[in-house]
Design a protein around this ligand. Structure first.
Ligand code: NOJ
Ligand code: NOJ
Length: 419
């Protein structure tokens, strides 16, 4: 068996047929469901990956889970699938439970044991994107429930206008409104500072939260969230734009951060623009800083990875940031392209096509999806990364976030139909 696996993994990448996007969507949906319904895990919680060693990702990260459910909520919106709806209800109960667990950093705690208790080992904490992303997903679901006439559910389980907050959305909004000025670890869990990704998510959560609060009659809170959202937006515009690279990922690093992220070029701002779409109105994709930034990002990774030169007919493999040393196992290695980053560029092209009506994007979109599928195992499997030289997958297997990013890109490109 070992020998066969070894032989398979040494096969040239181009021998096996690539799955269609449609087939991969189904595979990704079933992997997301599998990773979200593990029998040994508290119902409603999601493992970042089934991998329990090298690396051990058998935990629930607030960010990964919020993004996973955001894509399941989008799927529910399109297909009105009852099984998915029940999963969403169960998830909301699990989040309510987790928010009441004692942790080192309150709601900024990034990572939880599979029984729902806060992780107790050393970690980069807090990570303040988590509560914001969770609020954005839950607010979207609240909207869908209001539309279905299920106001009772929203008032009982999602948003209750009292202080101290006793409902999941309000807790996250209060946390976000009161902590956005503080530094926290970024989505890569490596540097304490102020981050474009975190702040844009906080801006959006507060903006959408203000609207929901107003609709539900909590108008004092609505005013407060709206003001904070505006202030976050002003701070982002003041501090993160850069004439050379478009958008900087991080400023005000605490204790110098990692000390080797000199370029400040990172896929995180691209993820921020996508994860906060269609809500944030600070930037359009056509704006000068975004265009400069995306151009810089593409050039940087195009030149960095030999796998891009080896298969030039495919889209561009994108990693986290050029100085990355995390190879999926250890942080003393060489960084690689990631599926979720590579798919993000495809999703960006789809949005850019919608914004500009420019048909030149069609070709780029297809190539970008093909790039991700090419490096997958061609049978539905996607890890976290693929090697920058050999193109073979590495890092956590069946990463939930890789699969939900495929789902999101596919849906946002309109392949599953329109709502
Ligand atoms: C695991 C983190 O999740 C990853 O982002 C990081 O690069 C490595 N640990 C090293 O800190
Ligand atoms: C490492 C990534 O850097 C981080 O963003 C993610 O939350 C964890 N892995 C879990 O997938």
């Amino acid at each position: 068996m070992k020998m066969i696996l070894l032989a398979l993994s040494l096969l040239p990448l181009s021998v096996m047929a690539m799955p269609s996007k449609e087939a991969q969507f189904k595979n990704s949906l079933s992997t997301v469901i599998a990773n979200s319904t593990k029998p040994d895990v508290r119902p409603g919680m999601v493992v970042a990956s089934p991998s329990r060693s090298n690396p051990d990702y058998y935990y629930d990260w607030v960010r990964d889970t919020a993004l996973t459910y955001r894509s399941l909520i989008d799927f529910y919106e399109l297909k009105k699938d009852q099984k998915i709806k029940n999963m969403i209800f169960t998830w909301i109960d699990a989040e309510a439970y987790r928010q009441n667990q004692p942790t080192f950093t309150g709601l900024g705690e990034p990572k939880y044991f599979i029984d729902g208790s806060g992780y107790t080992g050393g970690w980069g904490r807090p990570q303040n994107d988590g509560p914001a992303l969770r609020a954005i997903a839950m607010i979207k679901f609240a909207r869908l429930m209001l539309k279905e006439g299920n106001t009772d559910y929203v008032l009982k389980k999602l948003y209750h206008g009292v202080i101290p907050a006793d409902s999941p959305i309000k807790k996250d909004l209060e946390y976000t409104a009161h902590h956005w000025r503080e530094p926290s670890f970024e989505l890569w869990e490596e540097e304490m500072g102020m981050h474009f990704y975190t702040l844009l998510s906080q801006h959006t959560a507060l903006q959408e939260g203000a609207k929901l609060a107003r609709e539900l009659g909590d108008s004092g809170a609505a005013d407060f969230y709206e003001t904070q959202s505006r202030l976050v937006g002003e701070f982002i515009k003041d501090a993160f734009l850069d004439s050379a690279i478009g958008i900087k990922a991080t400023i005000r690093r605490v204790n110098g951060g990692l000390g080797y992220k000199h370029s400040n070029i990172d896929v995180a701002p691209l993820l921020a623009l996508l994860h906060n779409s269609p809500y944030q109105k600070l930037f359009t994709l056509r704006s000068a800083p975004v265009r400069k930034y995306v151009e810089t990002l593409i050039d940087t990774f195009q030149n960095l990875y030999s796998v891009n030169k080896a298969f030039p007919e495919l889209g561009v493999s994108i990693g986290r940031y050029p100085e990355d040393r995390y190879d999926g196992y250890v942080t003393s290695g060489v960084g690689n392209p990631w599926f979720l980053a590579t798919l993000a560029l495809g999703e960006y092209y789809c949005q850019a096509k919608t914004e500009t009506k420019n048909l030149k994007y069609n070709d780029l979109i297809e190539k970008q999806f093909a790039r991700a599928l090419f490096h997958s195992d061609r049978a539905g499997g996607m890890s976290e990364q693929f090697n920058h030289m050999t193109g073979h997958m590495q890092g956590a297997t069946e990463l939930t976030w890789s699969h939900n990013s495929f789902m999101t890109a596919y849906m946002r490109c309109g392949y599953l139909g329109k709502k």
